[in-house]
Design a protein around this ligand. Structure first.
Ligand code: 3PG
Length: 212
């Protein structure tokens, strides 16, 4: 498995962030690192994403900073140029996946059914995002999908929260969970970085308790 994915697996929870303003990127990174989650999926849903990834990659080289909501090859290229170490997409876009694989960019495409997973396998990928996790069938669906695809690992995202993250993490075929609960937009807007650090610490505790 790719080293970055192994490291994400060890951390266990990947904060999914929507940054409206790149000025929040560095204080957010400090809160994440101090809170024990030195990683982030910065979603390409705002104009601030690219600059935020650039800042974080420069100032926090030890952090695993990736780009989320990567919908086009152009975004994949821009995110990588800004320093993203991994790319995440909500669905499986064959063009984006092919572009990433051909250019040796690490991508975890969103998969919600067997056909999506077979596309990932066809491209040599065996770690996929499972999205939207809770609505697409939750842990039971992951277990059903894991049965035929014996080498695939999942990163469930969408609807994960402190109350259900542990159950996902206990399952050995879940590499890590993605979630936004510790980095909600209002917390970032209010500059509540102490609260974010605290929520990260609690998330780390969930990883420890569920994986022993
Ligand atoms: C997303 O892409 O927005 C993620 O799935 C986050 O989902 P969540 O807000 O339910 O954690």
């Amino acid at each position: 498995m790719h080293e970055v994915l192994e490291q994400l697996g060890k951390i266990g929870i990947v904060p999914v962030v929507v940054l409206e303003d790149a000025k929040d990127a560095l204080p957010l990174a400090k809160a994440l690192c101090d809170g024990g989650l030195p990683c982030a999926e910065i979603t390409f849903r705002t104009g601030a994403a690219e600059e935020s990834i650039r800042l974080l990659s420069r100032e926090y080289p030890q952090m695993l900073v990736g780009a989320g909501t990567v919908l086009t090859t152009e975004q994949a290229e821009r995110a990588t140029a800004a320093g993203a170490k991994f790319l995440v997409s909500p669905g499986t876009n064959p063009q984006v996946v092919k572009y990433c694989v051909e250019n040796h960019l690490l991508i975890t495409p969103g998969c919600a059914n067997p056909s999506d997973i077979e596309q990932a396998l066809e491209n040599g990928l065996d770690v996929v995002k499972f999205f939207p996790a809770e609505l697409a069938g939750g842990l039971a669906m992951i277990q059903a999908l894991a049965a035929p695809y014996v080498n695939v690992k999942f990163m469930p995202t969408g609807g994960i929260h402190p109350g259900n993250a542990g159950e996902y993490l206990k399952y050995e075929r879940v590499l890590a969970c993605g979630g936004s609960w510790m980095v909600k937009g209002d917390l970032i807007r209010e500059g509540a970085f102490d609260k974010i650090r605290q929520l990260c610490r609690e998330a780390v505790q969930i990883v420890k308790e569920s994986r022993g």
